[in-house]
Design a binder for this molecule. Structure first.
Ligand code: NI
Length: 386
């Protein structure tokens, strides 16, 4: 695979950076050490560096030899609240926190591209390197946008990528158009009335009510959402009670909705609300919904999807790039940036076999120079284009 020769030459250093980040993972909005390392390296390579954008976000600006277009490249830096079980020599030294989604590698790949571009300067136009905090549901992209990311650093196009552990090293895929789900997180607080468990008639039991509400919520997908429309509504947590002989007063149901069509999502939110109101009315209790939209639907620009695949083909070969046809019910907050600036988001396959977010997830490091080369070629080819 023709990764950029100069990047291949320092792939050992990329491995060292990635292992250091892996050993010291930080949760979203707490990426102080990580963003410090990123900023130090960018400055070392004479890249104009801006810190503290969206809390711990970092932006690097690099001008090529002559003016052209401005292309943004984005990587995420945060880890997950997972206790690592890989037994790697460089496994997480922070109990309960792990780079189980490979964002350590994403950050490293973007650093690899930045270093190469800074040293070669063999491009026209401007590269914007965006290192984003808190991708894992804590709103890092929105925080950077609220901090004026694209007003301060206007981009003509933006690109991002994610590693894909599927045993197919170097296979690059892009789904043009609607690609990944939008997501809400919700908590439903049922405030009823507890009693001695031996005298249930003195209670209004929130566990019985909550259990029936879970079943009622299932009817939204089966009976309100058109069968041709993909939608997920999952209750993932039930919290109530703390004793064998006490009926508690409160029960909280929490979960997530994943959608591709905002109109359908609105209908589902209304149905959740109606079912909760009905339960509150019929039992004479309070049911309160706290629902937040966390991720937008990720929409890849159709033309730029193909362009990203063409650029990737220069690195991994034509036979290893493909338009993917299936939408993914997972979410990704690069979606928020893609709503503002046209661009595309690809997956890059590697030899890891355990899924993302698994406590045994091991990333195949051969992906590092591949991702860095794709990022670098995007700048070389797109910043001069048009
Ligand atoms: Ni991820």
């Amino acid at each position: 695979m023709p990764v950029i020769e100069k990047i291949a030459r320092y792939s050992d250093e990329l491995v060292a950076i990635r292992r250091d980040l892996h050993e010291h993972p930080e949760l979203g909005m707490q990426e102080v050490r990580t963003s410090g390392i990123v900023a130090d390296l960018l400055r070392e390579w004479d890249i104009e560096t801006h810190t503290g954008i969206g809390n711990t976000g970092v932006v690097g600006v690099l001008n090529g030899r002559s003016p052209g277009r401005t292309i943004g490249l984005r990587a995420d830096m945060d880890a997950l609240p997972i206790d690592e079980k890989t037994n790697l020599a460089f496994a997480s030294k922070t109990p309960g926190v792990m780079h189980a989604c490979g964002h350590d590698a994403h950050t490293t790949m973007l650093l690899g591209a930045a270093r190469y571009l800074a040293q070669s300067r063999d491009f026209n136009g401007t590269a914007i390197f965006i290192f984003q905090p808190a991708e894992e549901g804590l709103g890092g992209a929105r925080a950077m946008l609220a901090d004026g990311l694209f007003e301060r650093f206007p981009c003509d196009e933006i690109y991002g990528m994610h590693n894909n552990p599927n045993g197919a090293p170097g296979r690059v895929g892009v789904k043009p158009g609607v690609a990944m789900a939008g997501a809400d997180f919700f908590d439903i607080h049922i405030r009823a009335s507890g009693s001695h468990a031996a005298m249930p008639h003195q209670s209004v039991d929130p566990i019985v009510i909550g259990s029936s509400l879970v079943a009622q919520l299932q009817t939204i997908v089966s009976r309100n959402v058109p069968p041709t429309e993909p939608l997920v509504l999952s209750v993932t947590q039930i919290h109530a009670g703390s004793a064998y002989n006490v009926i508690p007063s409160d029960c909280t149901l929490s979960g997530t909705m994943r959608y591709f069509e905002p109109k359908v999502a609105d209908m589902v939110r209304k149905r959740i609300s109606a079912l909760c109101d009905g339960v509150a009315e019929s039992y004479g209790i309070e049911v309160e919904i706290d629902s937040r939209n966390i991720f937008d639907v990720l929409v890849n620009n159709e033309d730029l999807s193909q362009i990203m695949l063409d650029v990737a083909a220069d690195v991994v070969g034509k036979d290893n790039v493909a338009v993917t046809s299936n939408v993914v019910t997972g979410s990704e907050d690069f979606a928020d940036m893609l709503r503002v600036i046209p661009g595309a988001y690809c997956t890059v396959g590697h030899g890891g076999t355990l899924p993302l977010h698994n406590d045994g997830f091991v990333l195949d490091e051969s992906i590092l120079p591949i991702g860095a080369s794709i990022y670098a070629k995007l700048i070389e080819q797109r910043a001069a284009a048009g």
